[in-house]
Design a protein around this ligand. Structure first.
Ligand SMILES: *Cc1c(COP(=O)(O)O)cnc(C)c1O
Length: 375
């Protein structure tokens, strides 16, 4: 079976984990955590980056830092992973869903303004497949209405929008290092903080509401409980794994991009024959080869294609039942405007195997099987 995903592993991770164990430092905020967060800051140019236990938790932390509470509304796409909404509804806010653009599957920036009410607190763009949302428009609407922007850049690590790294343009940016993402630590993530003034509170909330980070830097002589908080600090064991990945980030990036381009070029004739739709990357966007998806004609054809591929030992998958149609989404959110594309386009989409180190012959089998289906 050609699996949809294989967790990335370059070979150095195990030595770094051993190093952490031998140094008797396996809880959080040790040497590997510091190396990883510095790497993110240098690569992306964000104000500060803090590792977290997941992207879900990074988004929860952003919601806490934004003082989102009951009665507030947060605008986001419905075509996204549940965590995008969970982080805000957990604080008592309502998720307000807007439709997506059919080309990128990202939230349609032209529909945001119409969804704003006096209760709106934040806009949460999700950079699907590592392809950026139309950030100039989103940042413009946000600044005109004094709204926060929290980027769900779970899939967008090292992608760019007009030269700027995803996750660095909003007030907060959230990365995922889950095993299904480009760079991994098993479970984990990071929050990127644009403004210096939000850093101290972020450190406090991440450390159970204490000023422990300041204490360890020697800035105060005892630490205490100063705010509400939680435990969003990942272990050094996970950070050690991530450090191996980040050191090899360019190699991982290039390898994924090679596979992505192979798919794209091989399947282009099928798009030209009008048989399927390939992903679109708008001008100004540089993606990170997080995902390779295609769109079949409709749900029926997609189901048949997935079954056909399964018979040929290829694991292709779909995802994201639009949140506004899910039981929790109906209760905790509302869709603003018309669902022209969210449901229709999500039903057409399927994702092909793509991971670091994917063998060319395996890719050829995927491509061959797709051609067989359309013959
Ligand atoms: C993976 C993903 C998340 C959640 O990431 P975790 O690190 O597993 O919490 C959130 N949003 C999107 C768009 C994702 O793809």
């Amino acid at each position: 079976m050609i699996h949809f995903n294989v967790p990335p592993y370059v070979g150095t991770e195990i030595d770094y984990i051993k190093e952490a164990v031998e140094q008797h430092k396996i809880c959080g905020d040790g040497m590997f955590t510091k190396r990883c967060s510095q790497w993110i800051e240098e690569k992306t140019g964000t104000g500060r980056a803090l590792l977290t236990t997941s992207c879900t938790h990074a988004t929860e932390l952003a919601a806490l830092l934004s003082d989102i509470g009951p009665g507030d509304e947060v605008i986001m796409p419905s075509y996204t992973f549940v965590s995008t909404a969970d982080a805000f509804v957990l604080r008592g806010a309502k998720a307000v869903f807007v439709d997506i653009r059919p080309d990128t599957m990202n939230m349609d920036e032209t529909l945001i303004e119409n969804a704003i009410t006096e209760k709106t607190k934040a806009i949460v763009p999700v950079h699907y497949a590592g392809v950026s949302c139309e950030m100039d428009s989103i940042l413009d609407v946000a600044s005109r209405h004094h709204l926060l922007v929290i980027e769900d850049a779970a899939q967008g690590v090292l992608s760019k929008y007009k030269g700027r790294m995803l996750g660095t343009m909003g007030d907060f940016g959230c990365y995922s290092f889950h095993e299904t993402k480009n760079y991994s630590m098993g479970e984990g993530g990071a929050i990127l903080i644009r403004e210096e003034e939000n850093v101290e509170r972020a450190e406090i909330i991440r450390e159970k509401g204490t000023n422990r980070s300041k204490f360890f830097r020697g800035q105060i002589d005892k630490y205490t409980w100063v705010d509400m908080g939680s435990s969003y600090l990942p272990s050094e064991l996970n950070a050690a794994y991530l450090w191996g990945q980040l050191e090899a980030a360019q190699e991982i990036f290039d390898d994924r991009m090679k596979s992505w381009k192979n798919y794209y070029e091989a399947l282009l004739p099928l798009q030209e024959q009008g048989k399927l739709t390939l992903p679109a990357v708008p001008e100004g966007c540089e993606h990170n080869a997080h995902m390779f998806y295609v769109k079949a004609r409709d749900l029926k054809e997609r189901t048949a294609l997935i079954a056909h591929l399964r018979d040929r030992e290829v694991q292709a998958v779909f995802h994201y039942i639009p949140l506004h149609t899910a039981p929790a989404g109906m209760r905790l959110g509302r869709f603003c405007g018309e669902d022209r594309y969210t449901t229709k386009e999500s039903e057409r989409l399927l994702r092909f195997p793509l991971y670091y180190g994917m063998k060319e012959e395996d890719q050829k089998q995927v491509i061959r099987s797709v051609y067989e289906f359309y013959r």
